[in-house]
Design a protein around this ligand. Structure first.
Ligand SMILES: [Zn+2]
Length: 621
């Protein structure tokens, strides 16, 4: 038995969830007010039989014990496993290689050193005589004593070996201080303090551990901002400043606002905008998005009105394009929205102002900008159409050409219709003509795809495959045949009910190859990955490329079917419970409506499967 299964068997989801929210018995199951969003009527259910949970309210999602802990604590799979294994009394030590154990010890040491440095700097800011200048500076910038304390701001004095002497006195070696990035090595082999005469910002991870430090120059130093270098615990591109203080508010408000600088985030928090984090640079990376994905689907990016803003969008979306291919440049953001059912909005800052100044001057200005933040697609539409010469037919049609793939990509027909209308209005062209152009475009796209996909279809997946084996089969196919990656766009992480499978799938989506996938995994999942790589598949899968692709597509459809069926079953149960206990009528109506939506989707999947079966039969003749 794998450690994952062992943990699952020893823990009861009812018990674990009840540590976070008060559960109420409801038939065979339990219900509660959702611990992830605020609500009046309980719509969060726990199913002891299946050891799963589901929120029928705003979250509209569910999963197993691992996904619950990951979402609740804002941690990754490995950390959730650690936490639950502790709870279950399962030892993970046997799984951890001696190499890994040494690494973990090193990491812990670096956290400890960073924490000690942050404390020292904080003390220097609060009470040293040399810290006077820095105290004047923070007072001038309007930071309150409470903000300084809660974010543990600090001051690095001017000397060359202040922190070095202090931490050496605490028993740390120079090599360790170099590894933590607190010292800089000189050409002559000696070293000195990295941060001198700077206002210090400890950077913490989501669990609140100090992973690095940022320092702002208090003199006219060449580099205004200086950060810790990359270390085993710090990677600037995968950190968000303030995330430890903001995570609860992000979840409760179901929204995150991403600003650029430390001061922006601090001022926002000081004025009660506590769902704000700083990207510590202009471009937002996929690693930063991975942290946010666990907390909310609603993102607001605060960007400068000038080109820096636009550059930030295109640069960060290049990254997303790699993750989610197909569309060119910053359309990747829209793909991100689609893939994660997310909404990304743009908050455009007035020329030459940053959030820090705006909020300090007048909080209502900031509030208005947040409220008026534009959906990303609107922003793209407006940027692309802004420079169009409305008297030039050629200009108009080239604009339409640029935006067609984006329109065509939208899965929700209402959303699509909305933007067709909008584009027609912006370009002053006939909406129906534009609609027809889009239809033609889609037809060509579809034809291109179907002729590629539908050739000689024979379903191979054994009919007996059920539940988790199906998930494993699908993953094994993907892992053993990397070329299938390009066809996996229809596969959503939601289709994987088991967190270990879901986790592996998501990590695999983000990796370029097996090696980087393996490196990104926790040791438990590494072992699991090996198992899937060794899984024996039918010889025909190896021999016949077409069969391989078809089998994979079949798997995807079946996973979708499985998910919808579970969803429907859960809803049926819920309806029964509500009927028994006399649920609120409005809620029932809403559930029925949702139930209809699932039935509709299920029907579509059935039709798709049916169509394939018939095709397979006619091909067989
Ligand atoms: Zn919920």
């Amino acid at each position: 038995m794998s450690v994952i299964d062992d943990v699952k068997q020893r823990l009861d989801i009812v018990q674990v969830v009840s540590e976070y929210t008060k559960l109420q018995k409801s038939g065979r199951n339990y219900k509660a007010s959702c611990p992830f969003h605020s609500e009046k009527n309980p719509s969060f259910f726990v199913y002891p039989d299946r050891q799963s949970w589901h929120c029928f309210g705003a979250c509209g999602t569910g999963g197993d014990i691992f996904s619950f802990i990951m979402k609740k604590e804002g941690i990754d799979f490995g950390q959730a496993l650690q936490l639950l294994a502790n709870k279950a009394g399962v030892s993970l030590a046997a799984l951890t290689t001696p190499e890994k154990q040494t690494q973990n010890k090193e990491r812990e040491k670096l956290f400890e050193i960073n924490e000690a440095a942050a404390e020292y700097y904080h003390h220097a800011l609060q009470s040293s005589s040399k810290g006077e200048l820095a105290r004047d500076y923070v007072a001038k910038r309007g930071l309150s004593a409470e903000t300084i304390k809660s974010f543990q701001l600090g001051f690095a004095p001017e000397g060359w070996d202040t922190i070095k002497q202090y931490l050496k006195g605490k028993g740390y070696g120079e090599a360790e201080l170099l590894a933590a990035g607190l010292l800089v090595e000189r050409d002559d082999g000696n070293n000195h303090d990295r941060f001198r005469n700077r206002l210090m910002f400890p950077i913490r991870n989501i669990q609140g551990k100090v992973i690095g430090l940022g320092g702002r120059a208090l003199d006219d130093s060449l580099s205004k901002y200086l950060n810790s270098p990359q270390t085993p615990v710090f990677d600037k591109s995968s950190s968000l400043y303030g995330i430890d203080r903001a995570k609860t508010a992000i979840r409760q408000k179901d929204q995150v606002i991403i600003v650029e600088g430390y001061m922006d985030a601090l001022t926002a928090h000081q004025h009660g905008y506590d769902n704000v984090v700083a990207s510590m640079g202009t471009a937002i990376t996929d690693k930063q998005l991975a942290i946010i994905k666990n907390l909310t689907k609603n993102l607001i990016l605060a960007l400068d009105a000038d080109t820096a803003g636009e550059e930030a969008i295109s640069r960060s979306s290049e990254m997303l394009d790699k993750m989610l291919p197909v569309l060119p440049s910053f359309y990747g953001w829209v793909r991100y929205e689609d893939a994660h059912n997310a909404e990304v909005k743009i908050l455009i800052l007035p020329q030459g102002k940053d959030p820090d100044e705006l909020i300090t001057e007048d909080t209502s200005q900031w509030q208005k900008l947040v409220t008026d933040a534009k959906p990303m697609v609107d922003f793209i539409f407006e940027s692309v159409t802004a420079k169009v010469d409305l008297t030039s037919a050629r200009d108009k049609s080239s604009t339409v050409e640029r935006l067609l793939p984006l329109l065509s990509e939208m899965k929700d027909p209402l959303r699509q219709a909305h933007y067709v209308e909008r584009l027609a209005r912006l370009l002053k062209i006939d909406e129906h003509a534009l609609g027809d152009t889009l239809k033609r475009f889609r037809a060509i796209e579809r034809k291109r795809r179907t002729t590629k996909d539908m050739k000689a279809y024979t379903p191979i997946v054994p009919a007996i495959i059920s539940s988790s084996p199906l998930e494993q089969y699908c993953l094994a196919l993907l892992l053993q045949y990397p070329e299938l990656k390009s066809e996996s766009t229809g596969l959503s992480p939601d289709y994987f009910e088991n967190t270990e499978n879901r986790e592996l799938f998501v990590k695999w989506q983000q990796s370029d190859d097996l090696k980087s996938l393996k490196n990104s995994l926790d040791s438990t999942l590494q072992e699991y990955l090996e198992k899937l790589l060794d899984k024996t598949l039918l010889p025909v899968i190896k021999e016949n490329e077409t069969t391989r692709h078809e089998t994979f597509n079949d798997c995807v459809t079946r996973l979708q079917e499985k998910r919808l069926k579970i969803l429907e079953a859960e809803k049926q149960e819920l309806l029964a419970i509500e009927a028994e206990t006399g649920g609120v009528e409005a809620q029932l109506a809403k559930l029925e409506e949702q139930g209809l939506e699932v039935s509709k989707q299920l029907k579509e999947v059935f039709n798709k499967l049916d169509h394939r079966r018939r095709l397979a039969r006619s091909n067989g003749q």
